[in-house]
Design a protein around this ligand. Structure first.
Ligand code: FES
Length: 128
């Protein structure tokens, strides 16, 4: 599949959109200050799949979380802005992901994957 460009300007603080890339749902979440703080304020070593928030967002653009919306348990599509961690909730078996897309609770073994993407301006990304 070809890369896609996504305009971030219409996505308000605290909102998200879902786009499709190579047939996969991609969530683009405009994180609030609170969500960013929560994502940083975690003892990384205690996580099932330990990754600092800084490894999951692009430097200088940390209000944007871009993740593949496929649960790492058995592949359902998690729901954004649900669950106990201000991130994603998978309705199939209850996995909970935080505002960095990291698995926090439930059967999923890994964090939500991050697709290859880059900022081509402050308000536009290219996925793929
Ligand atoms: Fe998401 Fe099982 S597929 S918790």
């Amino acid at each position: 599949g070809a890369p896609i460009e996504v305009d971030l300007a219409p996505i308000a603080d605290g909102q998200d959109i879902k786009v499709f890339w190579r047939g996969k749902p991609i969530y683009i979440m405009h994180r609030t200050k609170k969500q960013i703080e929560e994502a940083r304020d975690v003892n990384v070593a205690s996580l099932p799949d330990p990754q600092p928030d800084s490894a999951r967002v692009k430097e200088g653009h940390d209000q944007w979380l871009v993740v593949i919306g496929i649960c790492t348990h058995l592949g359902c599509i998690p729901i954004a802005h649900e669950g106990n961690y201000d991130g994603f909730f998978c309705p199939c078996h209850g996995s909970q992901y935080d505002s960095s897309g990291r698995i926090r609770q439930g059967p999923a073994p890994l964090n939500l994957a991050i697709p290859p993407y880059a900022f081509i301006s402050d308000s536009k990304i290219k996925i793929g």
